[in-house]
Ligand binder design. Structure first.
Ligand code: SF4
Length: 272
């Protein structure tokens, strides 16, 4: 069975929502918040690609300079300025995701503000970016079922991997408000990133972060994962997988979850 983090996260929120979305495949559309978040991710992906490209050009130029006895080489670097970041935002900003022109303008301006805040944050924390929007697909053996042993293919995508003097650092961008440190320390998404990085790069990340882009500022919530915590996350994933295989789609309504559920209009037990 192939499982994405989005599927796991949906199942964890409410198994019934998972059934509507991934089993019955009832269309749910894209909310304004999802369209906005996706455009921010797209902008930061392009920005990250420029960072990687610039890093490579710097290395190539310094090698050429060595060859030519420090002769000046014209810089071909892409411009990494606040203006170029906002220009990338304007390219990605959705125009047809909003009901009115007023809402579309408000989203465009909010994005500009977030990009300015991100640029200031980024300028003060130079890091070597090694990958952006890098997909992964890793295999996990599910031995929790009786028989036979099943393989789960877990898929996902790293928003950004940076190299620091301490090791590899995984960063996930969020346009939502920060959660508590306890939530971040126990977050399954970050545990999956640690597991995937270990399989892909052969080492656990030295840091994992949610980078929240909010109008009040950029908030980076750091955490770590040990080998033991990664093993625990495999147990969690296989437990969810077992319940999915057993077609356990019992709803778990709550005000918090149901108010954001795209199926609340057709769900008999919605809490809103
Ligand atoms: S409305 Fe609530 S209970 Fe119903 S599917 Fe959505 S999240 Fe689950």
């Amino acid at each position: 069975m192939s499982l994405s983090f989005s599927q796991l996260s949906c199942y964890k929120r409410c198994p019934c929502q998972y059934e509507y979305c991934y089993i019955k495949k009832i269309p749910k559309g894209v909310s304004e918040a999802e369209a906005f978040g996706s455009a921010i991710h797209n902008t930061l992906k392009k920005w990250g690609e420029s960072e990687i490209e610039n890093g490579k050009l710097k290395i190539e130029n310094s090698e050429k300079q060595l060859e030519m006895f420090a002769k000046e080489i014209p810089s071909e670097s892409r411009q990494l300025t606040a203006q170029s970041l906002i220009a990338l935002w304007h390219q990605s900003c959705p125009t047809n995701a909003y009901a009115t022109r007023f809402e579309a303008d408000a989203a465009r301006m909010r994005g500009e503000q977030l990009m300015e805040l991100f640029y200031t944050w980024w300028s003060e924390r130079p890091r070597e970016v090694v990958a952006v929007e890098k997909g992964f697909s890793i295999a996990i053996n599910d031995s929790s079922q009786n028989q036979p042993l099943q393989k789960i293919i877990l898929t996902g995508r790293f928003d950004r991997i940076a190299r620091t003097p301490e090791g590899l650092h995984v960063i996930d961008f969020k346009t939502s408000l920060p959660r508590t440190q306890d939530d971040v320390d126990a977050d399954l998404q970050l545990s999956i990133y640690a597991l995937a990085l270990q399989q892909d790069f052969g080492e656990l990340p030295t840091a994992l972060s949610f980078l929240h882009l909010t109008e009040d500022g950029i908030v980076e919530m750091h955490t770590h994962r040990s080998e033991g915590q990664v093993r625990d996350s495999i147990k969690q994933i296989t437990a969810f997988h077992g319940r999915m295989e057993n077609k356990d789609f019992h709803p778990t309504p709550s005000l918090m979850v149901c108010k954001r559920c795209p199926y609340r209009g057709i769900c008999d037990v919605a809490a809103v």
